[in-house]
Design a protein around this ligand. Structure first.
Ligand code: TYC
Length: 130
C-alpha cells in the first residue's frame, strides 16, 4: 500500500453511511419519530501523505563540486540552486534539499548515500518528519 493511495478515516469510510443521531435511528416512516434516510458519501475522503524534509549535512572532506552534482542529479536542482544549497550547508552545517512524501524522501536519501559511498566521500543525508 502506497502513501499515495486514498485511505479512509476510521469513522466514515467511502460509501459508508454517515452516523445517524439517536433521534434519526429506528424504523417507521412519515411520523414524527423517524423521517430521515441514510446519507452516503459519494466522494471518498482522501488523506494527504505526511511530508519529510531531506537534509544534507556538512563535513570537511566531500568536495563542493561533488555536492553540487548530487543536488542537481538527485534533487533536480539547477546548478545555481545547487550551489546555493551546498554553500548554505557548508556555512551552516545543515540544509534542506527538498520536502517529499516518505518513500520519495527515502529513495533520495539512499541515492545520495550510495553515490557518496561509491565515491568514498563521507557525505551524510538524512530525512526528518516535517
Ligand atoms: N565542507 C565541504 C568542503 O569544504 C563541502 C561540503 C558542502 C560538504 C556541503 C558537504 O553537505 C556538504 N569541501
Amino acid at each position: 500500500m502506497s502513501l499515495y493511495d486514498q485511505t479512509t478515516r476510521p469513522s466514515n469510510g467511502p460509501g459508508q453511511p454517515l452516523k445517524a443521531t439517536s433521534r434519526e435511528e429506528g424504523g417507521g416512516g412519515g411520523g414524527s419519530k423517524s423521517d430521515t434516510g441514510t446519507i452516503t458519501r459519494t466522494r471518498p475522503k482522501t488523506q494527504r501523505p505526511s511530508l519529510y524534509r531531506v537534509l544534507l549535512l556538512n563535513d570537511d572532506y566531500t568536495p563542493m563540486e561533488f555536492v553540487v552534482l548530487v543536488l542537481q542529479d538527485v534533487f533536480n536542482k539547477t546548478r545555481e540552486d545547487a550551489m546555493q544549497v551546498m554553500l548554505h550547508v557548508h556555512n551552516k552545517g545543515v540544509g534542506e534539499c527538498g520536502v517529499y512524501p516518505y518513500e520519495v524522501a527515502e529513495t533520495k536519501v539512499t541515492r545520495v548515500m550510495d553515490t557518496a559511498r561509491k565515491n568514498q566521500h563521507p557525505l551524510q543525508c538524512v530525512m526528518e518528519k516535517q
